[in-house]
Design a protein around this ligand. Structure first.
Ligand code: CP
Length: 308
């Protein structure tokens, strides 16, 4: 069974092969209408279930479009509308779905939910975001960086703001793809130490720097994310904003990065909160390439999971 549960749970060689496959598949369909099928149909005859217990635009549409381009049929399911939302266990849901579909992608709250789904499913399971990690996003980000600037190995990424689930997967990727990462944000919102320790053990230089300008000095890539994630309470909003305001990515902060540094944000963004519109829409921003590359990276992930 080949699941895609987290970047640190997939072999580094497989991760590299997925990125290379994504780039090749993107190139192969360049210029075609979005609904045109790929020449190769590796998912022909396959049924894919896409389960969402949280809102989504990019993940929902890119998985659905990508699976169809590769020949699969898809069904998008809301967790709230399933018996899952009314007390049926994850394990039983996994066993049942495995009788109907060939692949399950799930966006959920707790990491344990996706792990339980994977343990009891007899088909591959893909993590489409949990409160703890967001591996598909970072695969798209690696693809995007390398399209623009070549190999990410040895580069320096700076994560600004909240040490959230997307940050966690970036730290996983630092260990697996061999780049260095500096986290700059308030101590109250540091990434989990276990992520940092694991990436360091794999040889990545992971630094924590409280001063945002110092952190960004000479960076190859500057990344941020929303200050209040889907799983954060709205009552924490004011406290988070106060803590994170010094870490806004703006033109002044970007001026400390390398002249050819890129800016990324997984979106959705809150313009002029975590990042100014001038940076989002500026020449260093690759945010919409990043969003597009969710499609291509996830196609390669689905293909990898189905070993085709
Ligand atoms: N970046 C991301 O996962 O976007 P959605 O929440 O819209 O899927």
């Amino acid at each position: 069974m080949t699941h895609f549960l987290d970047i640190n749970k997939t072999d580094a060689a497989d991760l590299r092969a997925i990125i290379d496959q994504a780039a090749a598949m993107k190139q192969a369909r360049a210029g075609r209408p979005r609904g045109a099928p790929d020449d190769e149909q590796p998912l022909a005859g396959r049924m894919v279930a896409l389960i969402f217990e949280k809102p989504s635009t990019r993940t929902r549409v890119s998985f659905d479009a990508g699976a169809r381009q590769m020949g699969a049929q898809t069904m998008v399911l809301s967790g709230a509308d399933m018996q899952l939302g009314h007390g049926e266990t994850i394990a039983d849901t996994a066993r049942v779905l495995s009788r109907y579909v060939d692949l399950i992608m799930m966006r959920t709250f707790e990491e344990d939910t996706i792990l339980e789904m994977a343990e009891h499913a007899s088909v591959p399971v893909i993590n489409g975001l949990t409160n703890r990690t967001h591996p598909c996003q970072i695969m798209a980000d690696i693809l995007t960086y390398e399209e623009h600037r070549g190999p990410i190995r040895g580069r320096r990424v700076v994560w600004c703001g909240d040490g959230n689930n997307v940050c966690a997967s970036f730290i996983h990727a630092a260990g697996q793809f061999g780049f260095d990462l500096t986290f700059t944000g308030p101590a109250q919102l540091d990434p989990e130490q276990v992520f940092v320790d694991e990436a360091r053990a794999k040889g990545a230089d992971i630094r924590i720097e409280r001063d945002a300008a110092r952190a960004v000095e000479g960076a190859d890539l500057v990344v941020t994310d929303t200050w209040v994630s889907m799983h954060d309470s709205q009552s924490s909003r004011e406290r988070r904003h106060n803590l994170l305001r010094p870490y806004q990515v703006n033109d002044d902060l970007m001026s400390h990065a390398a002249p050819d540094a890129l800016f990324m944000h997984c979106l959705p963004a809150h313009r002029d909160e975590e990042v100014t519109s001038s940076v989002m829409d500026g020449p260093q921003s690759v945010i919409f390439d990043e969003a597009e590359n969710r499609l291509h990276a996830q196609k390669a992930i689905m293909r990898y999971c189905l070993v085709v």
